[in-house]
Design a protein around this ligand. Structure first.
Ligand SMILES: [Zn+2]
Ligand SMILES: [Zn+2]
Length: 118
């Protein structure tokens, strides 16, 4: 299957560092990467190939994204676990005997980067 890659998407991928001879070559390379990509669930895309995310609908690549944060992989949030206060980690009905509760927090790595650049 050949995926459609617009000039805009190909140029953008080039600006992110996906270098090849020209935009057409980049578009072909994106198409190939998407063919070999894994299906994923992510806020910015539904396919992943190495550090590249692609938003693919039907057979068109609508968006490319290069992951910059190794901690949250650009999800901007990470899952952390807190010791259950009710049982102090021993396990109880409130924590379904896990001893902790999972929650999502803003990615400290991304937040740290923002802090440095602001
Ligand atoms: Zn508990
Ligand atoms: Zn992050």
């Amino acid at each position: 299957m050949q995926y459609q890659v617009s000039q805009i998407v190909a140029n953008y991928a080039r600006s992110l560092g996906l270098c090849d001879e020209d935009t057409t070559a980049v578009a072909l390379r994106i198409s190939q990467m998407v063919r070999e990509s894994a299906h994923i669930t992510h806020p910015v895309g539904n396919r992943r190939y190495e550090e590249w995310l692609f938003k693919v609908e039907d057979n068109e690549v609508l968006r490319v994204h290069l992951i910059t944060c190794p901690v949250c992989e650009d999800r901007k949030r990470i899952t952390v676990s807190d010791i259950c206060e009710k049982c102090d980690g021993a396990g109880c009905p409130a924590c379904r005997n896990r001893g902790d509760h999972e929650k999502m927090i803003p990615c400290p790595h991304c937040t740290g980067n923002q802090h440095l650049t602001n």
